[in-house]
Design a protein around this ligand. Structure first.
Ligand code: GLP
Length: 243
């Protein structure tokens, strides 16, 4: 696991966006694992600008998002479907809807849909590059503490601390869904390359535990120590606390 400090969120996001663009240029049918959350916002802004500046054709790029809230439809402003539209997909017409995969959070049988999502991932994969944020409790995707390392895409229960942390994106904490559909830890680990981004005060503890603690399901992100190709991008705020 490599730890890279590029000073701040802006520089790290610009750097990673540039890496993604280079990958798309060298492999137009890149399989990209996408994440959401506040951490990714700058990265997608840079990515949109670079995609358009380089006139990239994205029709063969395949994307898989990590997760979606249960109970929020794809049109719901607070869903991760809408997040991806608003932050990335709507800015370039060459994205191919057939190649964009985001778990469905609404329907009568989400377990079956989750199972099918995992199968699609198997068929289209492996993911060339998986982006990850990290929850304050060390979750990746919505794989909460205690998640088995062999988990696959499924419906998960969110912990009170995640509901609290994510309530900043909702008007009222009671509006935050209590479940999500999430790729599992083993789904994530199949990616060839993983980039985890973590910035700011709120993530110091999770990153410290990741880099200095045990490999244990109690810190789901710690599974990444068992992967050969992981880059963790942090900012000065976190880096200075690691010494
Ligand atoms: C959510 C997402 C995670 C994300 C995390 C951190 O729980 N499921 O994929 O990494 O939040 O979010 P933020 O970047 O807003 O801190």
């Amino acid at each position: 696991m490599r730890v890279i400090n590029l000073k701040d969120k802006q520089s790290a996001s610009e750097h990673v966006a540039t890496e993604i663009v280079k990958l798309i240029i060298s492999k137009p049918n890149l399989v990209l694992g996408l994440a959401t959350g506040g951490t990714m916002i700058n990265l997608y802004q840079y990515l949109v600008d670079l995609i358009n500046a380089n006139n990239l054709d994205l029709k063969d790029v395949v994307t898989f998002n990590l997760d979606e809230y249960v109970g929020l439809s794809s049109e719901d402003k607070r869903s991760y479907h809408e997040y991806m539209q608003e932050r990335l997909f709507k800015y370039n017409d060459s994205w191919n809807d057939n190649n964009i995969h985001i778990p469905n959070g609404v329907g009568p049988n989400l377990q079956v849909e989750a199972f099918n999502y995992e199968n699609q991932l198997e068929q289209c994969g492996p993911i060339d590059l998986q982006l990850l944020g990290i929850g304050e409790n060390g979750h990746i995707g919505f794989n909460e503490p205690g998640t088995p390392f062999n988990s696959q895409t499924r419906v998960v229960n969110l912990t009170p601390s995640t509901i609290q942390a994510n309530s900043k994106h909702f008007d009222d904490i009671n509006d935050v869904p209590i479940q999500a559909v999430s790729m599992g830890l083993s789904s994530i680990m199949r990616a060839n390359h993983i980039i985890l981004l973590a910035f700011g005060e709120n993530k110091i503890n999770a990153v410290k535990r990741l880099l200095q603690g045990d490999v244990s399901p109690e810190l789901p992100a710690s599974i990444l120590h068992q992967h050969k190709n992981v880059d963790v991008y942090v900012d000065d705020v976190i880096y200075n606390k690691l010494k």
